[in-house]
Design a binder for this molecule. Sequence first.
Ligand code: PLP
Length: 363
Amino acid sequence: MDIDFANLQRQYQEYKDDINFRIQKVLNNSNYILGSEVYDLEKALGDFTGAKYALSCSSGTDSLLLSMLSIDLKPGDEVITSPFTFISTAEAISRLNAKPVFVDIEKDTFNIDSNKIESAITSKTKAIIPVSLFGQPADLNVIELIANKYNLKVIVDGAQSFGSTLNKITDSNLGDLSITSFFPAKPLGCYGDGGAIFTNNVDYFEKIKMLRVHGQNQKYRHKYIGIGGRLDTIQASILLAKIPFFDQELVERSYVAEIYSKSLYKYFSIPVISSDRTSSWAQYTIRTENRDHIKQKLKEKGIPTAIYYPTPLHLQECYKDLRYKIGDFPEAELASKEVLSLPINAFMRNEIEYIVSNLIDLA
Ligand SMILES: *Cc1c(COP(=O)(O)O)cnc(C)c1O
């Protein structure tokens, strides 16, 4: 068997008629920048998430940057985040010459350990950016209390978690701002780069609407230094075609996760989802001390796996000036050596059984 990790081709085949129809409509109108599909999409995203305002933009990375610009993050400000995430989270902080301050993760959820946040707060701390890693929201119950106590902003990096919930509220409707990514392999993906920002705050909404078009409030009038950060109309049309199927995709993904968990819990450390949360299952990630060997053996059987993430951010070369060292965040460091993400998507058929039986053989 030759298994596809994300099954994007199978997904396209399923939705082909809707997607082709929508793209063709954009081509017929030739309204490629901020066409009506972009606004239709934002309406649909608002309806789905319950967030009052939804703004699409050019990528998950740019949605982080736009969020940080909207809270007026300044050089020298400190932002608390997880060292066990994709680089974008910290990169956007550093791009604004602010300073990422890392806090170790929880062993079982891979998310920032809310018990360790308070001791990292200084007079320069401006915001906390919890990441909903692998699709599960972080402990926002506690994080929002801490943020209120110290008057900090919370920006949820929900790049992997569109559709997940905490206390039945969508991940996109948590924090002062919440972002997501429509990178093709994310739970709700477009067919290129894309992202969105969610907020219930009208001031952030108005500001980001300007920031994503070069800070302009009218044509060629620039109130802020912004970025070129729009989602293009074709990508919006693809997302509009896919949204009606998204709830069912979430069901399918959690079904795959359930089978993995039931089959593998005796042999591997399986992902833990807190009882007050649901995951969008962007990744299904097990832990094993024998990770590299198992990864290689699975590959030989045609089973692709992924390591998110092999090097925690505090040990990245680009952050050597922050002077972190090995041992600073033991949970993140251990996770980086043990994690192995298995294929998960809404279009798996007999692959699941094949993956499970091969994994058990290697346990
Ligand atoms: C994918 C991802 C991003 C960036 O999203 P892009 O759309 O690829 O720019 C940011 N944060 C996390 C946690 C991600 O997984």
